[in-house]
Structures are given as C-alpha cells and as structure tokens.
Design a protein around this ligand. Structure first.
Ligand code: SAH
Length: 395
C-alpha cells in the first residue's frame, strides 16, 4: 500500500460506494486526515477494514472524496490518468462518424472516470474545465496527456464555473498551451457552420450536448415556421434554417448571444433566420392572436439549482410549455427540454402533461431526448442524466 492518508468510513457508509457511486460526503468519514493538501489521493476503507477505493480528498467540499479507482492494484498516478484520457478519446472515435464534427465533448467528468474534468474539442482547440481540487491535483498529468494525444492543438482553460467555489478554488481562465482564441472561432457540424466564443461564451463556448438534437431539428423543419426560444447563438435555429424552414425566429435575452447568432445566420447564408433580443416568457405571453408557429423549441436555462427549487422550477417549466402549446398551430411540433439535474425525466413528463391539460391541447409524446452521446449517462451516476427532452406532437 502506498504511503497515503487512509480514510475510514462510518459503519454502513460504504453502501453507495459499493454501487460505484463516486461521491463520499463529509458525514460518511469517521475522521478527516490530520494533514491534507487540496485534491490529494487517499485510500478509503470500510469500518470493518476492507479496502474500498482510491479517491481525491477535498477538505473544502461537502463532497469530501471523489472516487477515481476502486481497484487496489490500480493506483491513480499519472499513467492511470493517461489511460482514462485515452479511453475517453477512443470512445469518441467510435461514437462520432467521419467526417468528425469539429466540436464535441472529449472528456465528460464522472462519465469518463475523471470526476470534475471537462475537456471539449473545438477545431484546433481543447477547452478544459478543472472543476474539483482532485482534477487540479492531476492538472500537470492531464495537460501532459492531452498534449501528447493532441500535439498540434492549443489548450485553453475555462475554469470559471461556480462549482469551483465549493471546492475552495478560484476562477482560472487563460491559455495553457499554444494560441489565445482572441476572436470567435468557426466550427462545422455537418453542413452547419457556427461561430463560437471560447473566451466569453456560455460553458466552454457552445451547447455541445444538443448536437444530436440539432440534427433532429434539421430533419423536422422543412417548410415550417419555427420559433426557437432561449436560442443562445442560434444552434437550433441555424439547423432549422438549413433543414428548409420557411422562417425561423430566435429569441434570447442576451445581447452578445443574439449578435453571434446573427453572424451565424449570415455565415450559413440563411436570410429567413432572424433573431430578437427578448424575454421568452413575455414574448410568449404576447402571442394571443391566432397561433403562428409549426415548430417551437424550448431550451431554457437550468430552473432548479437545488432540490429546494424543484417546485418553483416545475411551475416555470409548466408555464412556458403551456404558453408554447398555445402559440402552436393545430398539428404542430414542440421540442422541449429541461437541463435541471434535479428534475427527473418522469417529473418532466408529468409537467408537460399538466401543461397540455391547461392549454387544452392533445399532446403526443413522439420521442424522448437526452444529451448527445459524447456526454454519456452512466448507470451508477444518475446525476449524469441532466438533460431531458421530448419531441411532442401538439394537436
Ligand atoms: N438552446 C441553446 C442553449 C440555451 S441556454 C443552444 O442550443 O445553444 C439558455 C439561454 O437562455 C441562454 O442563452 C440565456 O441567455 C437565455 N435566457 C435565460 N433566461 C431567458 C429569458 N427569460 N428569456 C430569454 N432568454 C433567456
């Protein structure tokens, strides 16, 4: 056994870990180690003395340990990190068909066995988020591995997610290797082109998790009058335009998102794709005349950030879905999402059902949607299934 701190759990607290859930909360530890450095590797034992796993220890966080290996002989060192990264790359190569899209998620944290690490591939850039003390601990090994597998890529850091505060970590933004992305960069996805702001854009710049759903929208939009709500830079709206939509109206409250969206419409030579800076709730409430739209997309920001926000969030989802249903012509489509991890799929479905009842529309569930497969949902980590959606036919 390596010379590392040994953590013993309280009796019975090994249960989740034996089911492979990778988080150990502070209350499960018999005691914290006397000395610690942020993110250090510890070994974890049950109260009866059995070895359970290796994990990264974070004294600042309620999630005190994040498991990285549950095999005694698989000690998490730099070579271990490289093996995980190679496995993540190999999976993406199998998932994404040639020609590869230029933007996709290469490493999706817990889903790829690296809790707290996000790496997104954008053309010749890799954009990283180190969200936990554990991944900071392995920072050099991660950068070394990425540089080996992508020798010609620049590496840019966007560790600006609020979750870092819970780990006692400051924001970190900037170039790790290579060039600074000083202006939006152009990515391609099938025949769509998108300008992406890696420096100031949301997340790492683009909603890569909606890639397969954009494909679906493209196939659904022929001759339709489309309303894309919470459009950001127009991911769905551009897909709809390229799919032959008659007209697309994108609504978002963010000025820079709308400006980049307009640049995207121009880049794809889509004169019928328009953007309006507006509040979606107010916009939908104004749609009181005869319904106009054949297809509405609702992809709002996260409404529930904690379990205590589930009820108000549910009301918010019901409101926009009811309003959208009312703004749809008879026999039209609604594509609706929730990215709140705390709202489970079954609950989201119930919310849609009561919105349908209030809107007095007959709603058919045609398809269940989730995040693109480069953001894998894993059986032992239900939190990984955060994006839920439905394709609905609204009579
Ligand atoms: N559908 C987008 C991602 C949406 S993210 C895509 O696929 O790229 C959520 C977006 O909602 C953000 O761009 C944010 O600016 C916008 N937003 C948040 N609240 C809003 C509101 N009340 N009205 C309009 N837009 C809003």
């Amino acid at each position: 056994m390596k010379n590392i701190a040994k953590i013993v759990l309280k009796p019975g607290k090994e249960k989740n870990l034996l089911k492979k859930h990778p988080w150990i909360f502070s209350g499960a530890l018999q005691r914290d180690p006397p000395r610690h450095t942020p993110g250090m590797v510890v070994s974890v034992f049950s109260a009866t003395g059995e070895f359970l796993a290796y994990g990264n220890y974070s004294h600042e966080s309620q999630i005190r340990i994040r498991i990285i290996s549950d095999q005694l002989n698989d000690f998490p060192d730099d070579a271990f990190i490289d093996t995980k990264i190679q496995a993540a790359i190999a999976l993406r190569k199998q998932l994404l068909s040639e020609p590869l899209p230029s933007a996709y998620r290469l490493i999706n944290a817990e889903s790829d066995g690296l809790p707290g690490l996000i790496v997104d591939h954008y053309d010749t850039w890799l954009v990283c988020q180190f969200l936990t003390a554990g991944m900071e601990f392995f920072r050099d090994a991660i950068i070394q591995s990425l540089s080996t597998h992508y020798p010609n890529h620049s590496i840019y850091e966007r560790s600006d997610a609020s979750s870092r505060q819970k780990e006692g970590l400051e924001e970190k933004i900037g170039v790790i290797k290579g060039e600074t992305p000083t202006a939006p960069i152009l990515i391609t996805e099938g025949n769509a082109k998108y300008w992406v702001d890696l420096v100031d854009g949301h997340k790492t710049g683009f909603y890569l998790d909606q890639r397969t759903n954009r494909e679906m929208i493209m196939g659904l939009s022929q001759n339709k009058n489309v309303l894309n709500c919470f459009s950001y830079t127009g991911g769905f709206g551009i897909a709809a335009g390229l799919g032959g939509a008659k007209r697309v109206l994108n609504i978002d409250s963010s000025e820079p998102a709308v400006a980049l969206g307009e640049k995207n419409a121009k880049e794809n030579q889509l004169n019928q794709v328009h953007f309006e800076k507006a509040d979606v709730f107010a916009f939908l409430r104004r749609q009181t005349d005869a319904p106009l739209f054949d297809l509405i997309i609702l992809d709002p920001p996260k409404f529930a950030n904690s379990t205590s926000q589930i009820n108000p969030a549910a009301r918010g989802y019901k409101d926009i879905n009811r309003l959208a249903m009312k703004a749809l012509k008879p026999n039209s489509f609604l594509v609706t999402f929730s990215c709140s991890g705390h709202i489970e799929e079954a609950l989201f479905k119930k919310i849609i059902m009561s919105a349908a009842e209030e809107a007095q529309r007959e709603v058919h569930f045609l398809r269940t949607l989730q995040q693109s497969p480069d953001h894998p949902v894993v059986s032992f980590f239900p939190e990984s299934h955060y994006l839920k959606g439905f394709l609905l036919y609204v009579r």
